[in-house]
Design a protein around this ligand. Structure first.
Ligand SMILES: [Zn+2]
Length: 95
């Protein structure tokens, strides 16, 4: 089985940062949009679940990866909260 380790980090970043963005809707649509936004901006780190060596390698650069992921997630939440696809009305009356 092949997994993208970045995906787990992105989900973790979302859960950690979501409370800091009260304007962000957070419904399933907006959540996935934010996750996709960040994932598309971070190089994927694919690992096979049968080997452990690649996982160690990724862990070594975790701090750097996490910083990049948090920046991407912050940008994603900011953009999506301005124009959420689910159509929820933001605090500003843009329409
Ligand atoms: Zn929403």
């Amino acid at each position: 089985m092949i997994r993208n380790l970045v995906e787990e980090h992105v989900v973790t970043a979302y859960d950690a940062m979501r409370p800091h963005f009260p304007d962000f809707c957070g419904c399933d649509i907006c959540r996935e949009d934010a996750l996709v936004f960040a994932l598309n901006r971070i190089p994927a780190r694919y690992v096979s679940s049968r080997t452990g060596s690649v996982v160690t390698e990724v862990n070594l650069e975790k701090e750097q990866s996490r910083a990049a992921i948090e920046v991407a997630m912050m940008e994603g939440m900011r953009r999506i909260s301005l124009a959420p696809r689910c159509g929820v009305k933001g605090k500003t009356s843009a329409q």
